[in-house]
Design a protein around this ligand. Structure first.
Ligand SMILES: Nc1ncnc2c1ncn2[C@@H]1O[C@H](COP(=O)(O)OP(=O)(O)OP(=O)(O)O)[C@@H](O)[C@H]1O
Length: 259
């Protein structure tokens, strides 16, 4: 079930370094939101706070709230592992388990969560997840072959199938197409468009055409200089950010006048 995300006054730290400052953002359920901005402005750092991946690094912490349909992910007693099963993540480089079969790759997250499922339920879940990731037709005759035998684009869709299989509410994607060729990129972008019917999708991308193609809303982050924290500068409908932004910094960035 897709859920909304409301972030309140979030500061994100690596030790004493405040990498991201004062983010407030409201992300609707069943939508695609793109995070854009120059290198080092904290897009990936902020993204990883949305499923508590940030804090796996020693000394990394946050202040503020991240609410998923009103429930604070950082509230007392909340289990970060449970959070990550509600908020899935797809990374820059496709990372299927190389020696595992395609089938077992799809089921990997479900098994990690300690769920026991029957063979027939597993078969159904594998099929529905691969269908959901637009990969079923390409792999249905070789489910027992290793995931590493797929093309980069297919591997990325396999990782998306693995994320979908745990039935998350939100899917976070950190530059999911940066290692893919243009055809595979289009396949993943088409898929992102379909995913928003069921999930809340948040994507970090350096590719502004991609942000314009896939997202409903865009958040522009910026940084005042090295060692300064990244900040959310402007957040609006994607067409507004690209055609009629309010802030000069946004306009400079989207029109390529940055730096
Ligand atoms: N593990 C880490 N330890 C300490 N500082 C870090 C760590 N990871 C990132 N940072 C710092 O946090 C800031 C934000 O980095 P982040 O990777 O989130 O930016 P980004 O906008 O995603 O950049 P890019 O577009 O280059 O991926 C940078 O100053 C970076 O050097």
């Amino acid at each position: 079930m897709s859920k909304r995300i409301d972030v309140k006054d979030l500061n994100v730290y690596y030790g004493n370094f405040r990498a991201v400052e004062g983010v407030n953002i409201n992300i609707a359920a069943r939508s695609v939101t793109a995070f854009i901005g120059p290198s080092g402005c904290g897009k990936s750092t902020f993204l990883r706070t949305l499923n508590r991946m940030h804090e796996v690094l020693p000394g990394a912490r946050v202040e503020g709230q991240v609410l998923l349909d009103g429930d604070d992910l950082y509230g007392p007693g909340v289990d970060p592992v449970a959070v990550r099963s509600h908020v899935g993540m797809v990374f820059q480089r496709p990372n299927p388990f190389p020696t595992m079969s395609i089938r077992d790759n799809v089921l990997a997250g479900v098994k990690l969560n300690g769920k026991r499922i029957s063979k027939s339920d597993a078969d159904e879940l594998v099929e529905s997840s691969l269908l959901g990731a637009n990969l079923w037709n390409e792999v249905k005759d070789r489910l027992d072959k290793p995931g590493s035998g797929l093309s980069g684009g297919q591997q990325q869709r396999l990782c998306i199938a693995r994320a979908i299989a745990v039935k998350p509410d939100v899917i976070l994607m950190d530059e999911p197409c940066s290692a893919l060729d243009p055809i595979s990129t289009l396949a993943v972008e088409d898929l992102i468009n379909e995913l928003k019917e069921k999930y809340t999708v948040v994507i970090v991308t350096h590719n502004m055409q991609q942000a314009a193609r896939v997202s409903d809303k865009t958040a522009f982050f910026n940084i005042a200089g090295t060692g300064k924290p990244g900040k959310l500068i402007e957040y609006a409908e994607t067409t507004t950010i690209f055609n009629n932004p309010k802030e000069k910094a946004t306009e400079d960035y989207v029109s390529g006048r940055f730096g």
